[in-house]
Ligand binder design. Structure first.
Ligand SMILES: [Zn+2]
Length: 474
């Protein structure tokens, strides 16, 4: 997953780790309520079960451990489903019954984690370590924290006897990080009735961001760019390189690629990126803020000048347009032979409002050579954006006002991919709401010594309690 999406183009100084650690440590002692202790136990259990896509990893073990907790809490057996395509890749789906006043809400986190090698870490990645105000371990930020927030609160709400207005579904799934058995896809295909919902809240997307210990943004993911690879291939006759001809597959391809290098897809905003530029302008330097305002303004000339300025940042550029970039190249078969084949892979990240057909025909026009044959690699199914849901935004804004001093709630489009994609393709809108604040300069997901702040974790547990009740209260 990709959670960090608020780029400030390096304007702000890096946080001093030690200062923040002290703050986190000082605050962590306050959090010893039974609900926090229960959440910590769940978190520890999840972190210490290896769920990597390796022979040592097993998602089912984690799913079963959580299922046991739901059984012990009195969830009926019929409302707990544990299933998947492989013995070690089972997903857990749990239903908290409500009054049936609307279609259910689905809450989602994946159980699998990216491999972590002991020698790469300064500690055992499969032990929950609490040091200096941080929880360390593989999955602490991606996304066993999110899974814990959901499990802990489903259990707490059940224990309190709270009945939501509608069914609430929790899905903890396999193979989000790779592997062959993506749990969300499998559930949609084989047991849609278990997870069918009006919309999904995904803890593994969006971003709650802080800077030097100060919260500044609640980013709710509504959409993401769509990934597609194109293969460009040119054939020529070949022959002995001592008697060359001008018709050369490598030259055809190279000339086409240089035309592509000089091309940019047009700027295209959508509901989410417009809102993003509007609501985050105040968080930027005056210069960038002016560009954010101009790019969504009605003056076309100013908007296009602002877009050009912003495009110098790879992140802003990725928000503004579909991008296509050559990533691989192959060609020829011997040093002394004319090439018979030359090929390249062009990786595109399409805006959700863009279409495969449009991107492919644009590539054809820009490459401007009928000898370059363009084909799509694999099966690319683009996902639409989820329309911004005003009810959810309103609830988040109320929580932001009550908990975080009213920092802005901003819809965001991720430039990478999440499991929300499969739900959106299946017609279930998905919204990424992580619940746990992370420092914008301290993203260690997939990396060494992955961690989250202890206080941020407990705050996330409390946030999700309020958030679930706000979404499904009477
Ligand atoms: Zn993830």
């Amino acid at each position: 997953m990709i959670k960090r999406l608020f780029a400030l183009a390096g304007i702000f100084a890096l946080l001093t780790i030690s200062g923040n650690a002290q703050q986190q440590a000082a605050q962590s002692a306050e959090h010893q309520s039974p609900d926090h202790q229960a959440a910590r136990d769940i978190f520890k259990e999840l972190i210490e079960i290896n769920t990597t896509d390796t022979p040592a990893g097993n998602v089912t073990t984690a799913a079963e451990a959580m299922a046991a907790r739901f059984r012990a809490a009195g969830f009926p057996a019929d409302d707990i489903h544990l299933d998947g395509p492989l013995p070690n890749k089972k997903n857990l789906v749990v239903r908290l019954r409500g009054h049936g006043q609307a279609k259910p809400i689905l809450f989602l986190a994946h159980l699998d984690v990216v491999e972590a090698l002991r020698q790469d870490w300064s500690m055992d990645p499969f032990k929950l370590n609490e040091v200096g105000g941080y929880f360390y371990g593989r999955g602490t930020s991606d996304i066993k924290d999110g899974a814990t927030l959901l499990v802990a609160n489903f259990l707490r709400l059940k224990k309190e006897g709270w009945i939501p207005s509608r069914d609430l579904i929790l899905a903890l799934t396999a193979d989000e990080e790779g592997g062959e058995s993506n749990g969300v896809q499998w559930l949609l295909k084989n047991h849609r009735e278990w997870i069918d919902a009006e919309y999904c809240i995904n803890t593994d997307a969006g971003s709650f961001e802080s800077r030097k210990g100060k919260h500044f943004l609640l980013g709710m993911q509504t959409s993401e760019k769509n990934y597609v690879d194109f293969r460009l291939e040119v054939k020529s006759n070949g022959g002995h390189s001592s008697r060359p001809v001008k018709d050369n597959a490598i030259y055809h391809l190279a000339a086409g690629l240089s035309r592509l290098a000089n091309f940019d897809f047009p700027v295209s905003l959508n509901e989410t990126t417009r809102d993003y530029f509007e609501k985050t302008a105040a968080l930027q330097t005056p210069e960038i803020a002016a560009d954010f305002q101009a790019v969504i303004g009605s003056d076309q000339a100013k908007a296009s000048a602002a877009a050009n300025q912003l495009a110098s940042s790879p992140f802003f550029n990725a928000l503004l347009r579909t991008t296509c970039i050559a990533t691989r190249l192959e060609g020829g078969h011997a040093n002394n032979a004319l090439p018979q084949t030359a090929a390249a892979i062009v990786n595109c990240r399409m805006l959700p409002q863009d279409s495969l057909q449009n991107v492919q025909s644009t590539l054809k026009r820009v490459l401007a050579d009928d000898r370059i044959v363009i084909s799509i690699v694999g099966d690319a199914v683009p996902a639409p954006a989820s329309a911004i849901n005003p009810f959810i935004v309103h609830k988040l804004e109320k929580l932001s006002a009550g908990l975080y001093g009213g920092i802005p709630v901003v819809p965001v489009m991720d430039t990478g991919a999440s499991d929300g994609k499969y739900l959106r393709i299946a017609g279930i809108p998905a919204y990424g709401v992580p619940g746990v604040f992370e420092d914008e300069d301290d993203d260690r997901a997939h990396g060494r010594d992955e961690r989250i702040g202890v206080k941020d974790f407990y705050d996330g547990v409390d946030f999700y309690y309020d958030f679930i009740k706000a979404l499904a209260g009477q």
